[in-house]
Ligand binder design. Structure first.
Ligand SMILES: [Zn+2]
Length: 118
């Protein structure tokens, strides 16, 4: 898949969203398969598309790929864990490491979802 923009750019912004208090949801953007965020106000946001997204729930039709489902759940759980650690970490060096891990996990999550969509 050709790409003009370096992928880590929006991954970085997703990590920033988490730091700003947005919640990572289990939902994927219908347009680009990027993970969706929820703000305290309630709306769903796709950082990659840069807009609000309305997801029509299409049931749990995920189970065609049980291995990917499991992987996705694991990645989501890890992302939440790291997010929590970031919120309680004051050490700059640790924060940098956690931030890097967070980006990697977000990227892995997105890659998994693209695989599923393909
Ligand atoms: Zn999107």
């Amino acid at each position: 898949m050709p790409r003009k923009q370096p992928p880590d750019q929006h991954i970085k912004r997703m990590a920033d969203l988490l730091r700003q208090g947005a919640t990572l949801t289990e939902l994927a953007c219908p347009a680009c398969a990027s993970p969706l965020f929820r703000f305290k106000g309630g709306g769903l946001w796709c950082e990659k598309c840069g807009k609000k997204v309305v997801v029509v729930r299409d049931g749990e039709k995920m189970s065609e790929e049980p291995a990917l489902d499991a992987l996705e759940k694991t990645l989501l759980a890890k992302i939440q864990q790291i997010h929590e650690r970031i919120q309680h970490e004051d050490n700059a060096e640790e924060l940098r490491k956690l931030g890097a891990s967070l980006s990697e996990l977000l990227e892995a999550l997105e890659r998994t979802r693209r695989t599923r969509k393909a």
